[in-house]
Design a protein around this ligand. Structure first.
Ligand code: THG
Length: 372
Protein backbone atom coordinates (compact mmCIF):
# COMPACT_ATOMS: atom_id res chain seq x y z
CA UNK A 1 0.00 0.00 0.00
CA UNK A 2 1.26 3.47 -0.85
CA UNK A 3 0.67 5.11 2.50
CA UNK A 4 -0.14 8.40 0.80
CA UNK A 5 -3.37 10.23 1.52
CA UNK A 6 -6.19 10.29 -1.05
CA UNK A 7 -7.68 13.70 -1.70
CA UNK A 8 -11.40 14.08 -2.19
CA UNK A 9 -12.57 16.12 -5.18
CA UNK A 10 -15.50 16.29 -7.50
CA UNK A 11 -14.28 13.05 -9.10
CA UNK A 12 -13.39 11.31 -5.85
CA UNK A 13 -16.54 12.17 -4.00
CA UNK A 14 -17.03 12.42 -0.26
CA UNK A 15 -20.32 11.22 1.27
CA UNK A 16 -23.07 12.68 3.45
CA UNK A 17 -21.40 10.91 6.41
CA UNK A 18 -17.71 11.72 5.71
CA UNK A 19 -17.46 14.35 8.47
CA UNK A 20 -18.60 11.84 11.08
CA UNK A 21 -16.44 8.89 10.07
CA UNK A 22 -13.38 11.13 9.93
CA UNK A 23 -14.15 12.22 13.52
CA UNK A 24 -14.69 8.60 14.60
CA UNK A 25 -11.26 7.06 14.18
CA UNK A 26 -10.98 6.52 10.43
CA UNK A 27 -7.46 5.42 9.47
CA UNK A 28 -7.77 4.58 5.74
CA UNK A 29 -10.01 5.12 2.76
CA UNK A 30 -10.34 3.24 -0.47
CA UNK A 31 -12.10 4.52 -3.60
CA UNK A 32 -15.25 2.78 -4.86
CA UNK A 33 -17.62 3.97 -7.57
CA UNK A 34 -15.62 7.22 -7.71
CA UNK A 35 -16.40 7.82 -4.05
CA UNK A 36 -14.57 7.52 -0.74
CA UNK A 37 -15.23 4.26 1.09
CA UNK A 38 -13.77 3.79 4.59
CA UNK A 39 -11.42 0.80 4.69
CA UNK A 40 -10.05 0.74 8.25
CA UNK A 41 -10.48 2.34 11.67
CA UNK A 42 -8.48 1.04 14.69
CA UNK A 43 -6.90 -1.78 12.64
CA UNK A 44 -8.29 -4.54 10.44
CA UNK A 45 -7.97 -7.04 13.29
CA UNK A 46 -9.45 -4.85 16.01
CA UNK A 47 -12.29 -3.73 13.70
CA UNK A 48 -13.03 -7.38 12.85
CA UNK A 49 -13.16 -8.54 16.47
CA UNK A 50 -15.43 -5.64 17.41
CA UNK A 51 -17.76 -6.27 14.45
CA UNK A 52 -18.22 -9.86 15.62
CA UNK A 53 -19.06 -8.96 19.20
CA UNK A 54 -20.95 -5.65 19.09
CA UNK A 55 -22.37 -3.35 16.40
CA UNK A 56 -20.93 -0.92 13.86
CA UNK A 57 -22.21 1.94 11.74
CA UNK A 58 -20.80 1.87 8.19
CA UNK A 59 -20.65 4.66 5.64
CA UNK A 60 -21.32 2.61 2.50
CA UNK A 61 -22.65 5.52 0.44
CA UNK A 62 -20.21 4.34 -2.25
CA UNK A 63 -22.64 1.51 -2.97
CA UNK A 64 -24.37 3.74 -5.52
CA UNK A 65 -27.79 3.10 -6.99
CA UNK A 66 -28.34 2.86 -10.72
CA UNK A 67 -32.00 3.77 -11.09
CA UNK A 68 -34.06 2.41 -13.98
CA UNK A 69 -37.44 4.02 -14.20
CA UNK A 70 -40.18 3.77 -16.79
CA UNK A 71 -42.41 1.44 -18.74
CA UNK A 72 -39.52 -0.83 -19.80
CA UNK A 73 -37.69 -0.81 -16.44
CA UNK A 74 -38.34 -4.46 -15.71
CA UNK A 75 -37.46 -5.47 -19.27
CA UNK A 76 -34.04 -3.84 -18.94
CA UNK A 77 -33.44 -5.14 -15.39
CA UNK A 78 -34.29 -8.68 -16.57
CA UNK A 79 -32.03 -8.39 -19.62
CA UNK A 80 -29.10 -7.29 -17.44
CA UNK A 81 -29.43 -9.84 -14.63
CA UNK A 82 -28.30 -13.45 -14.60
CA UNK A 83 -30.84 -13.93 -11.83
CA UNK A 84 -34.41 -14.04 -13.13
CA UNK A 85 -36.13 -10.80 -12.14
CA UNK A 86 -39.28 -11.36 -14.23
CA UNK A 87 -41.21 -12.06 -11.04
CA UNK A 88 -39.25 -9.77 -8.72
CA UNK A 89 -41.61 -8.18 -6.23
CA UNK A 90 -41.51 -4.71 -4.64
CA UNK A 91 -39.91 -4.89 -1.20
CA UNK A 92 -37.26 -7.47 -2.05
CA UNK A 93 -33.60 -7.33 -2.97
CA UNK A 94 -31.94 -9.88 -5.25
CA UNK A 95 -28.21 -10.43 -5.37
CA UNK A 96 -27.35 -10.96 -9.06
CA UNK A 97 -24.34 -11.21 -11.36
CA UNK A 98 -24.37 -8.94 -14.42
CA UNK A 99 -22.48 -10.24 -17.47
CA UNK A 100 -21.27 -9.14 -20.86
CA UNK A 101 -22.26 -11.25 -23.88
CA UNK A 102 -19.13 -13.39 -23.42
CA UNK A 103 -20.17 -14.20 -19.84
CA UNK A 104 -17.50 -11.99 -18.25
CA UNK A 105 -18.75 -10.27 -15.13
CA UNK A 106 -19.43 -6.54 -15.16
CA UNK A 107 -20.78 -6.23 -11.63
CA UNK A 108 -22.57 -8.13 -8.86
CA UNK A 109 -25.15 -5.73 -7.45
CA UNK A 110 -28.19 -6.18 -5.30
CA UNK A 111 -31.17 -5.53 -7.58
CA UNK A 112 -33.96 -3.83 -5.66
CA UNK A 113 -37.49 -3.90 -7.03
CA UNK A 114 -38.97 -0.63 -5.74
CA UNK A 115 -42.10 -0.72 -7.91
CA UNK A 116 -43.17 -2.41 -11.13
CA UNK A 117 -41.67 0.41 -13.16
CA UNK A 118 -38.76 1.24 -10.85
CA UNK A 119 -35.62 -0.80 -10.14
CA UNK A 120 -32.37 0.08 -8.39
CA UNK A 121 -29.11 -1.76 -8.86
CA UNK A 122 -27.05 -1.23 -5.73
CA UNK A 123 -23.75 -1.63 -7.48
CA UNK A 124 -20.24 -2.85 -6.78
CA UNK A 125 -17.27 -0.93 -8.17
CA UNK A 126 -17.85 -0.52 -11.92
CA UNK A 127 -19.75 1.99 -14.04
CA UNK A 128 -23.06 0.19 -14.48
CA UNK A 129 -24.91 3.40 -15.29
CA UNK A 130 -23.03 3.51 -18.60
CA UNK A 131 -23.95 -0.09 -19.42
CA UNK A 132 -27.62 0.46 -18.55
CA UNK A 133 -27.82 3.71 -20.52
CA UNK A 134 -26.09 2.09 -23.51
CA UNK A 135 -28.51 -0.83 -23.54
CA UNK A 136 -31.52 1.45 -23.11
CA UNK A 137 -30.38 3.43 -26.12
CA UNK A 138 -29.52 0.45 -28.29
CA UNK A 139 -32.80 -1.34 -27.59
CA UNK A 140 -34.86 1.86 -27.73
CA UNK A 141 -36.31 1.24 -24.28
CA UNK A 142 -38.69 3.59 -22.58
CA UNK A 143 -36.65 4.16 -19.43
CA UNK A 144 -34.76 6.88 -17.64
CA UNK A 145 -31.39 5.93 -16.19
CA UNK A 146 -29.99 7.99 -13.32
CA UNK A 147 -27.95 7.94 -10.16
CA UNK A 148 -30.36 9.21 -7.48
CA UNK A 149 -29.27 10.96 -4.28
CA UNK A 150 -29.31 7.74 -2.27
CA UNK A 151 -26.62 6.89 0.27
CA UNK A 152 -26.66 3.52 2.01
CA UNK A 153 -25.70 3.51 5.68
CA UNK A 154 -25.22 0.05 7.18
CA UNK A 155 -25.67 -1.11 10.77
CA UNK A 156 -23.87 -4.43 11.14
CA UNK A 157 -23.09 -6.82 13.95
CA UNK A 158 -24.84 -9.03 16.51
CA UNK A 159 -26.36 -6.05 18.37
CA UNK A 160 -27.76 -4.39 15.22
CA UNK A 161 -31.38 -5.33 16.08
CA UNK A 162 -31.23 -3.51 19.41
CA UNK A 163 -29.83 -0.28 17.99
CA UNK A 164 -32.23 -0.25 15.04
CA UNK A 165 -35.24 -0.92 17.29
CA UNK A 166 -34.34 2.09 19.41
CA UNK A 167 -34.17 4.45 16.44
CA UNK A 168 -36.90 3.08 14.15
CA UNK A 169 -39.13 1.03 16.45
CA UNK A 170 -39.38 -2.69 17.14
CA UNK A 171 -41.09 -3.39 13.78
CA UNK A 172 -37.82 -2.96 11.90
CA UNK A 173 -36.49 -6.16 13.50
CA UNK A 174 -39.23 -8.18 11.75
CA UNK A 175 -37.58 -7.57 8.35
CA UNK A 176 -36.56 -10.79 6.63
CA UNK A 177 -33.12 -11.30 5.00
CA UNK A 178 -32.90 -9.16 1.83
CA UNK A 179 -36.40 -7.68 2.32
CA UNK A 180 -36.90 -3.93 2.70
CA UNK A 181 -39.66 -1.68 3.95
CA UNK A 182 -40.27 1.94 4.86
CA UNK A 183 -39.94 3.37 8.37
CA UNK A 184 -40.63 6.87 9.60
CA UNK A 185 -37.80 8.83 11.15
CA UNK A 186 -38.22 12.51 12.12
CA UNK A 187 -41.10 12.73 9.65
CA UNK A 188 -39.09 11.24 6.76
CA UNK A 189 -39.83 7.90 5.13
CA UNK A 190 -36.64 5.84 5.10
CA UNK A 191 -36.13 2.67 3.11
CA UNK A 192 -34.47 0.01 5.27
CA UNK A 193 -33.33 -3.48 4.27
CA UNK A 194 -31.98 -6.43 6.21
CA UNK A 195 -28.72 -6.85 4.33
CA UNK A 196 -25.10 -5.78 4.40
CA UNK A 197 -21.67 -6.85 3.33
CA UNK A 198 -20.80 -8.96 6.36
CA UNK A 199 -21.83 -12.33 7.74
CA UNK A 200 -22.66 -10.80 11.14
CA UNK A 201 -26.18 -9.71 10.19
CA UNK A 202 -27.67 -6.24 10.13
CA UNK A 203 -29.43 -3.56 8.14
CA UNK A 204 -28.92 -1.04 5.40
CA UNK A 205 -30.68 2.32 5.38
CA UNK A 206 -31.01 3.78 1.88
CA UNK A 207 -30.93 7.46 2.81
CA UNK A 208 -32.68 9.34 -0.01
CA UNK A 209 -31.58 12.89 0.87
CA UNK A 210 -27.92 13.61 1.60
CA UNK A 211 -28.74 16.75 3.61
CA UNK A 212 -30.15 14.44 6.32
CA UNK A 213 -26.96 12.40 6.62
CA UNK A 214 -25.40 13.93 9.70
CA UNK A 215 -28.66 13.99 11.67
CA UNK A 216 -29.32 10.35 10.83
CA UNK A 217 -25.79 9.41 11.85
CA UNK A 218 -26.10 11.32 15.13
CA UNK A 219 -29.40 9.70 16.09
CA UNK A 220 -28.06 6.21 15.46
CA UNK A 221 -24.79 7.02 17.21
CA UNK A 222 -26.71 8.16 20.29
CA UNK A 223 -28.75 4.94 20.37
CA UNK A 224 -25.58 2.89 19.84
CA UNK A 225 -23.76 4.25 22.88
CA UNK A 226 -25.09 1.61 25.28
CA UNK A 227 -24.17 -1.16 22.80
CA UNK A 228 -20.52 -0.19 22.32
CA UNK A 229 -21.25 0.92 18.76
CA UNK A 230 -18.25 2.09 16.73
CA UNK A 231 -17.78 3.40 13.25
CA UNK A 232 -16.67 0.59 10.95
CA UNK A 233 -16.62 -0.53 7.35
CA UNK A 234 -16.68 -3.69 5.26
CA UNK A 235 -13.84 -5.63 6.87
CA UNK A 236 -11.27 -7.45 4.77
CA UNK A 237 -10.69 -10.23 7.31
CA UNK A 238 -14.36 -10.87 8.04
CA UNK A 239 -15.39 -10.93 4.40
CA UNK A 240 -12.59 -13.30 3.37
CA UNK A 241 -13.39 -15.64 6.29
CA UNK A 242 -17.03 -15.57 5.15
CA UNK A 243 -16.16 -16.09 1.46
CA UNK A 244 -17.74 -12.81 0.28
CA UNK A 245 -16.17 -12.01 -3.09
CA UNK A 246 -15.20 -8.46 -4.00
CA UNK A 247 -15.80 -7.29 -7.56
CA UNK A 248 -12.59 -5.82 -9.01
CA UNK A 249 -10.50 -7.92 -6.63
CA UNK A 250 -11.69 -11.53 -6.75
CA UNK A 251 -13.77 -11.29 -9.91
CA UNK A 252 -13.41 -9.15 -13.02
CA UNK A 253 -14.52 -9.08 -16.63
CA UNK A 254 -12.09 -11.99 -17.13
CA UNK A 255 -14.25 -14.24 -14.96
CA UNK A 256 -17.74 -15.65 -15.35
CA UNK A 257 -20.18 -16.15 -12.46
CA UNK A 258 -19.74 -19.91 -12.88
CA UNK A 259 -16.00 -19.60 -12.31
CA UNK A 260 -16.74 -17.41 -9.28
CA UNK A 261 -19.01 -20.00 -7.66
CA UNK A 262 -22.11 -17.87 -8.26
CA UNK A 263 -24.08 -20.36 -10.37
CA UNK A 264 -26.90 -20.47 -7.83
CA UNK A 265 -27.61 -16.81 -8.64
CA UNK A 266 -27.85 -17.53 -12.40
CA UNK A 267 -31.06 -18.95 -13.84
CA UNK A 268 -29.76 -20.96 -16.77
CA UNK A 269 -32.47 -23.64 -16.91
CA UNK A 270 -35.61 -21.55 -17.09
CA UNK A 271 -36.76 -19.54 -20.09
CA UNK A 272 -35.03 -16.51 -18.57
CA UNK A 273 -33.05 -14.70 -21.28
CA UNK A 274 -30.25 -12.34 -20.24
CA UNK A 275 -27.05 -10.98 -21.71
CA UNK A 276 -24.33 -13.62 -21.39
CA UNK A 277 -26.65 -16.61 -20.98
CA UNK A 278 -25.50 -18.44 -24.09
CA UNK A 279 -21.85 -18.00 -23.13
CA UNK A 280 -22.54 -19.40 -19.66
CA UNK A 281 -24.42 -22.38 -21.09
CA UNK A 282 -21.54 -23.05 -23.49
CA UNK A 283 -19.01 -22.77 -20.69
CA UNK A 284 -20.95 -25.13 -18.48
CA UNK A 285 -21.22 -27.62 -21.33
CA UNK A 286 -17.50 -27.41 -22.15
CA UNK A 287 -16.44 -27.51 -18.48
CA UNK A 288 -14.86 -24.75 -16.42
CA UNK A 289 -11.16 -24.06 -17.00
CA UNK A 290 -10.76 -22.17 -13.70
CA UNK A 291 -12.66 -21.67 -10.49
CA UNK A 292 -12.41 -19.75 -7.26
CA UNK A 293 -11.19 -21.60 -4.19
CA UNK A 294 -9.84 -20.83 -0.74
CA UNK A 295 -6.17 -21.18 0.21
CA UNK A 296 -4.38 -21.48 3.55
CA UNK A 297 -1.04 -19.75 3.12
CA UNK A 298 1.53 -21.14 5.53
CA UNK A 299 4.28 -19.31 7.38
CA UNK A 300 4.36 -15.97 9.18
CA UNK A 301 1.47 -13.60 9.30
CA UNK A 302 1.10 -11.74 5.98
CA UNK A 303 0.02 -8.17 5.30
CA UNK A 304 -3.08 -7.89 3.09
CA UNK A 305 -2.01 -8.39 -0.54
CA UNK A 306 -2.52 -5.49 -2.94
CA UNK A 307 -1.78 -7.29 -6.18
CA UNK A 308 -2.33 -10.82 -7.39
CA UNK A 309 0.00 -13.47 -5.99
CA UNK A 310 0.98 -16.17 -8.53
CA UNK A 311 0.33 -19.81 -7.60
CA UNK A 312 2.40 -22.73 -8.79
CA UNK A 313 2.35 -26.47 -8.39
CA UNK A 314 5.66 -28.21 -8.97
CA UNK A 315 6.89 -25.10 -10.74
CA UNK A 316 3.88 -24.93 -13.09
CA UNK A 317 1.61 -21.89 -12.96
CA UNK A 318 -1.88 -22.85 -11.78
CA UNK A 319 -3.53 -19.49 -11.06
CA UNK A 320 -3.29 -16.65 -8.58
CA UNK A 321 -4.44 -15.45 -5.20
CA UNK A 322 -6.71 -12.41 -5.54
CA UNK A 323 -7.17 -11.39 -1.87
CA UNK A 324 -5.38 -12.59 1.24
CA UNK A 325 -5.06 -11.57 4.85
CA UNK A 326 -4.14 -13.00 8.25
CA UNK A 327 -7.17 -14.16 10.23
CA UNK A 328 -6.71 -14.07 14.02
CA UNK A 329 -9.73 -16.36 14.58
CA UNK A 330 -8.38 -19.04 12.25
CA UNK A 331 -4.79 -18.24 13.21
CA UNK A 332 -4.00 -18.68 9.51
CA UNK A 333 -3.34 -16.58 6.44
CA UNK A 334 -6.47 -16.99 4.34
CA UNK A 335 -6.69 -16.26 0.63
CA UNK A 336 -9.12 -16.42 -2.25
CA UNK A 337 -7.61 -17.81 -5.43
CA UNK A 338 -8.65 -18.29 -9.06
CA UNK A 339 -7.17 -21.67 -9.92
CA UNK A 340 -7.03 -24.01 -12.91
CA UNK A 341 -9.91 -26.48 -12.48
CA UNK A 342 -7.73 -29.55 -12.81
CA UNK A 343 -5.72 -28.37 -9.78
CA UNK A 344 -8.57 -26.84 -7.78
CA UNK A 345 -8.95 -29.67 -5.30
CA UNK A 346 -9.50 -29.53 -1.57
CA UNK A 347 -6.29 -30.39 0.31
CA UNK A 348 -3.90 -29.99 -2.61
CA UNK A 349 -0.53 -28.39 -1.77
CA UNK A 350 0.63 -25.45 -3.88
CA UNK A 351 3.05 -22.54 -3.62
CA UNK A 352 2.09 -18.89 -3.50
CA UNK A 353 4.50 -16.06 -4.30
CA UNK A 354 3.93 -12.98 -2.16
CA UNK A 355 6.32 -10.01 -2.45
CA UNK A 356 8.93 -12.17 -4.14
CA UNK A 357 8.74 -14.81 -1.41
CA UNK A 358 7.48 -18.35 -2.14
CA UNK A 359 5.30 -19.91 0.52
CA UNK A 360 3.71 -23.33 0.78
CA UNK A 361 -0.09 -23.24 0.79
CA UNK A 362 -3.06 -25.58 0.76
CA UNK A 363 -6.20 -25.35 -1.37
CA UNK A 364 -9.53 -25.60 0.46
CA UNK A 365 -13.26 -25.25 -0.13
CA UNK A 366 -15.15 -21.99 0.36
CA UNK A 367 -16.43 -20.77 2.71
CA UNK A 368 -13.55 -21.45 5.07
CA UNK A 369 -14.27 -23.80 7.93
CA UNK A 370 -12.36 -23.75 11.20
CA UNK A 371 -10.17 -26.72 11.98
CA UNK A 372 -9.67 -27.72 8.35
N1 THG B 1 -25.19 -3.78 -0.02
C1 THG B 1 -25.66 -2.91 -0.93
N2 THG B 1 -25.06 -2.70 -2.09
C2 THG B 1 -23.92 -3.37 -2.38
C3 THG B 1 -23.40 -4.32 -1.49
C4 THG B 1 -24.06 -4.51 -0.26
N3 THG B 1 -23.29 -3.16 -3.57
C5 THG B 1 -21.97 -3.65 -3.75
C6 THG B 1 -21.79 -5.04 -3.19
N4 THG B 1 -22.24 -5.05 -1.80
C7 THG B 1 -22.58 -6.02 -4.00
N5 THG B 1 -22.17 -7.36 -3.74
C8 THG B 1 -22.76 -8.18 -2.79
C9 THG B 1 -22.22 -9.45 -2.60
C10 THG B 1 -22.77 -10.31 -1.69
C11 THG B 1 -23.86 -9.91 -0.93
C12 THG B 1 -24.37 -8.67 -1.10
C13 THG B 1 -23.84 -7.81 -2.04
C14 THG B 1 -24.47 -10.83 0.06
N6 THG B 1 -24.43 -12.15 -0.18
C15 THG B 1 -24.99 -13.13 0.72
C16 THG B 1 -23.93 -14.12 1.11
O1 THG B 1 -23.07 -14.43 0.29
O2 THG B 1 -24.01 -14.61 2.23
C17 THG B 1 -26.09 -13.97 0.10
C18 THG B 1 -27.06 -13.27 -0.74
C19 THG B 1 -28.27 -14.11 -1.07
O3 THG B 1 -28.37 -15.27 -0.61
O4 THG B 1 -29.16 -13.61 -1.78
O5 THG B 1 -25.05 -10.40 1.04
O6 THG B 1 -23.65 -5.31 0.61
N7 THG B 1 -26.77 -2.22 -0.65
Amino acid sequence: MSGFPVFASRRVRSTPFSARIEASGLSAYTVYNHMLLPASFASLEEDCAHLKRAVQIWDVAAERQVQIKGRDARKLAVMMSARDLTKAVPGKGYYTPICMANGGMLNDPIALCIADDLFWFSIADSDMLLWAAGLAHAYQLEVEISEPDVSPLAIQGPLANQVMAEVFGEAVTALKFFAFDYFTWRGHKLMIARSGWSKQGGFEIYLHDSTLGLQLWDDIWEAGKEYDMRAGCPNLIERIEGGLLSYGNDMTREDTPLECGLEKFCQLESGHEFIGKQALLNQREAGLKKRIMGVHIHGDKIAPITKIAPCTIQGQTCGFVTSAVYSPDFDLNLGLAMLASEQAENGRQIEVEIDGQRRPAMICELPFKKGK
